[in-house]
Design a protein around this ligand. Structure first.
Ligand SMILES: [Fe+2]
Ligand SMILES: [Fe+2]
Length: 284
């Protein structure tokens, strides 16, 4: 945690992963209000927090790998809107992020993360859906996901007592670089809009809501699979298991969705009104 106050610039190479994983919260418990259960014994609440922190790493690895795969498959198309240098940097940064989340996952649950995610395992259908998603639609979705990752760091700052140093540093640096990615996502979407026109772009955006729903379903089912495992190893009652099965939105999910909607209100993209409406309903 001392790194937070260091003046020198934090880089992926200077993050100190050596602090041992503590027997306390890694990410503030209030980050996941849906699974906060004060009737559970404190050691179980802490292990659940470790498990949720671990799962967040799997989730980020999954999405960032999808972004890399999509960018490499659709490279020629994307290069109409951003330069080769920008694309190369974007991909390189996502690879750095994946490496950092893998390091955290291995430190937090070495029994679960051996060399790949345990619960959110990519499927053939994921690949088909990804490859076929229209460009503007994909980058709107990427922007939404990236927005949702930005706010883990500020939530951690709200309670440093419950924030583990290496996790905090990774989230801080990740949020910094993701801001640049969100800017590029929008440049690609705007470029597509200019070259394909409003009607074609709007037609491509018809995929957006189903794509977000598909991704959400993948996360929910992976979390449930994880909870089954957690409940078995912790010998939870079925009531306790079903309580934590529905994780709901995290604080960073809510803040990211709100930010996404706000940006779209300021500069709307044809065809994403329905998604913004749905997100506004979900975040109150
Ligand atoms: Fe990333
Ligand atoms: Fe990103």
């Amino acid at each position: 945690m001392t790194q937070l106050y260091r003046e020198e610039r934090l880089t992926w190479q200077t993050i100190d992963y050596s602090p041992a994983v503590p027997d306390s919260f890694l990410v503030p418990e209030h980050h996941w209000p849906g699974i906060r259960n004060e009737s559970l014994p404190m050691p179980v609440r802490i292990r659940l927090n470790h498990f949720a922190s671990y799962f967040m790493c799997e989730m980020f690895i999954h999405f960032e790998q999808s972004i890399i795969d999509y960018m490499l498959i659709h490279k020629k198309d994307i290069l109409q809107y951003i330069s080769e240098v920008q694309l190369g940097r974007f991909v390189r940064e996502e690879r750095d992020h994946i490496a950092a989340f893998e390091t955290l996952a291995r430190k937090i649950r070495p029994d679960l993360y051996v060399d790949r995610p345990r619960f959110l395992v990519p499927t053939l259908l994921d690949r088909v859906v990804l490859n076929r998603t229209p460009l503007a639609c994909f980058f709107m979705m990427a922007a939404l996901f990236e927005e949702m990752t930005l706010y883990v760091y500020p939530v951690m700052l709200e309670n440093l007592e419950e924030s583990w140093g290496p996790y905090l540093d990774v989230m801080r640096l990740h949020a910094l670089e993701e801001r640049g990615h969100i800017g590029l996502d929008r440049i690609i979407v705007d470029g597509r809009l200019a070259s394909h026109g409003r009607i074609r772009t709007r037609a491509g955006m018809l995929w957006l809501l189903p794509l977000v729903a598909y991704s959400d379903r993948r996360i929910v089912s992976a979390w449930r699979k994880g909870v089954e495992y957690f409940a078995r190893t912790e010998q939870l009652t079925s009531a306790q298991e079903s309580f934590i099965s529905s994780k709901g939105l995290s604080r960073s999910d809510v803040d990211g969705m709100r930010s996404f909607v706000k940006k779209n209100l300021e500069k709307p993209v044809p065809g994403n009104g329905l998604l913004c409406f749905a997100l506004s309903r979900m975040t109150g």
